[in-house]
Design a protein around this ligand. Structure first.
Ligand SMILES: Cc1cc2nc3c(=O)[nH]c(=O)nc-3n(C[C@H](O)[C@H](O)[C@H](O)COP(=O)(O)OP(=O)(O)OC[C@H]3O[C@@H](n4cnc5c(N)ncnc54)[C@H](O)[C@@H]3O)c2cc1C
Ligand code: SF4
Length: 547
């Protein structure tokens, strides 16, 4: 397996084979373009989607510059295995939230800096199910993608090898295996497996993008549970570790601390000319023959709206009022259970075990679509938030905190439906660059609420069956996608099936914004697979002389 992966992505082998966790030479010696060079492609955002695109196109010989608003992280010096000390990884710029069920934004939603949100994501990397691509046709809800699951299958398999993903044979959706064997599980995972087993629910170990054993010169997991704080060890995959090094080695430039403020347009031809950005307090413009935006589901629509001009008075690509719409978030209730024996859920990666038994539409239920259940294992601060969200304060909160080692915790991902009214618009408030910030309105429909209730019952049943004497559930959200979705035409979305915007022929969007549905799977693997597929389209289009 390794030989094939190495031939197409050498990131893990570019690390020095001496225990070093970062190859500083790659950054120091990377190719640098000047603003006046018309590069082949400028990418906005070096997260899940942007990094894969940069790596693929750099390998194909394209002259690529990828800009990110945040820093170029150095795991050795910038990250700490400490919950409070990791706050700087999050995108905490102001955003306005509204709607009947507003979604709190910040640490649980998006990251800032090279590697994007995957720097502090949990590490679960399931595939979407084939049914996710045609929910409107088959279930009468949601939307249909312009292409089916089979189109993504080879890209899923390729990215799973590059991260790499560890897990048991996966029996759900399109059944498949994983390149790395499943990890041993800790106390939380054992209890999940025990409770599910008693109820006849199949649960499996994985799939997680955490190296099980050495991968190239990357070290293996040491099971100390700081995956959501950046993983100083570099056992957990993020584009900073898995795709950016290979991109640099193939001539891409990654320009950190560069906040893109608008897409440059030729008002006469209607083609993008590059991006305006701010770096070190100075306003600059990078020329490019092609632009790709990959700034996350909130910032991508915001950038399109902030790029309004006389030719595009309502924002770029917004002729049919589609930008910012159909933004989705997964309902993510969490249930904790108390056990007499010590669980010590922090002593393992939080992502360990999951079940997709409830993923598909069950005709016997009143709701459509479904949910997944996974271990989550909050560290103490997040545990305090869980308990406080239940209304426990003062003495009661302290008691729950001192009892931390006796608790196990599961989380659900419920497939909330894409609704036109759930959208990003521009607020009156401005940020430190003087740009209007995003205003995100969100309301749940009845189907969404029914899913959360059903998921809560399943999680409480599992933990009770495992022997919990008390269970507490809180409601929360996770994983934003959508907001510039793929569709068959411009009246229903912002980009086509190859991620090219309908409105501007040389403008692409290659992040989670383009997803028309979300299933109940964590989205990062799908975002990377979609970006890899878009890269192939660009490469073959260039060969044909299109662009
Ligand atoms: C706490 C947490 C846990 C998660 N756990 C999981 C998990 O277990 N599994 C999973 O699949 N997913 C998980 N996710 C979600 C996953 O990380 C995201 O869905 C994914 O990274 C989104 O990819 P993206 O390319 O859309 O954006 P991102 O990866 O967020 O990348 C966007 C990048 O764009 C940059 N940017 C934004 N605007 C601009 C601008 N104007 N100029 C320049 N740069 C800009 C940002 O700094 C950022 O680096 C988790 C997320 C969080 C926050
Ligand atoms: S548990 Fe493993 S993957 Fe998670 S932070 Fe620790 S070493 Fe990294």
């Amino acid at each position: 397996m390794s030989t094939g992966v190495r031939a197409r992505n050498e990131s893990a082998w570019l690390l020095p084979n001496d225990g070093t966790r970062t190859d500083h030479r790659l950054r120091r010696d990377m190719r640098r373009f000047s603003d006046d060079d018309e590069v082949d492609l400028v990418i906005v955002g070096c997260g899940a989607g942007g990094s894969v695109l940069a790596q693929r196109l750099a390998r194909a010989g394209w002259r690529v510059v990828a800009l990110d608003a945040g820093p170029f992280w150095d795991p050795d010096t910038d990250w700490v295995s400490d919950e409070a000390g990791s706050h700087h990884l999050y995108w905490t710029d102001p955003r306005v939230i509204t709607g009947a069920d507003p979604v709190p934004l910040g640490s649980n939603n998006s990251g800032r800096g090279v590697g994007g949100s995957m720097v502090h994501y949990a590490g679960y990397t399931p595939r979407f199910h084939p049914s996710d691509f045609s929910t409107l046709r088959d279930d009468g809800v949601g939307a249909d993608w312009p292409f089916g699951y089979e189109e993504l299958r080879p890209y899923y398999a390729a990215i799973e090898q590059e991260l790499p993903v560890a897990g048991e044979y996966w029996p759900w959706g399109d059944p498949h295996g994983y390149p790395h064997r499943p990890h041993p599980v800790g106390g939380n995972g054992e209890l999940f497996l025990r409770g599910a087993g008693k109820l006849g629910i199949t649960a499996k170990v994985g799939p997680v993008a955490i190296a099980n054993g050495r991968f190239g010169n990357r070290p293996h997991c040491i099971y100390r549970g700081f995956c959501l704080q950046g993983c100083k060890v570099n056992a957990k995959a993020s584009p900073l570790i898995t795709h950016i090094p290979d991109a640099l080695a193939h001539g891409a430039e990654v320009r950190a601390d560069a906040m893109v403020t608008r897409v440059g347009m030729d008002e006469r031809t209607g083609r993008a000319t590059g991006v305006h950005y701010v770096s070190g307090g100075a306003s600059r413009f990078q020329r490019a023959a092609m632009v790709a935006i990959a700034g996350y589901s909130i910032e991508t629509p915001r950038l399109l709206l902030n790029s309004a001009s006389p030719r595009y008075p309502d924002g770029l690509c917004n002729e049919f009022d589609q930008v910012g719409r159909y933004l989705m978030v997964q309902g993510a209730p969490q249930t904790a259970g108390r056990f007499d024996a010590e669980v010590r859920m922090y002593k393992a990666p939080p992502p360990e075990v999951s079940t997709e038994e409830f993923y598909e539409t069950d005709p016997a239920k009143e709701y459509k679509r479904g949910f997944a259940v996974q271990t989550v294992s909050p560290l103490p601060i997040t545990w305090a938030e869980h308990v406080a969200a239940q209304g426990h304060w003062g003495r009661a909160l302290r008691d729950y905190m001192s009892d931390y080692v006796h608790w196990a915790c599961l989380g659900s991902l419920c497939e909330f439906l894409p609704l036109a009214g759930n959208r990003v618009t521009l607020a009156d408030e401005t940020d430190s660059y003087g740009l209007p910030v995003a205003r995100f309105a969100y309301s749940q429909c009845d189907n969404d609420k029914a899913l959360v209730t059903a998921a809560q019952h399943v999680m409480e049943d599992i933990l009770t069956a495992a022997g919990a004497d008390e269970v507490i559930t809180i409601k929360r959200y996770a994983h934003l996608v959508g907001g510039a979705r793929m569709a068959k035409d411009a009246r229903h979305g912002v980009v086509d099936g190859s991620c090219r915007t309908f409105a501007v022929p040389n403008l692409y969007i290659t992040d989670g914004s383009v997803l028309p549905t979300q299933g109940s799977a964590n989205p990062a693997l799908t975002i990377m697979a979609v970006a890899a597929r878009a890269a192939d389209h660009l490469i073959s289009g260039a060969r044909r002389g299109a662009g």
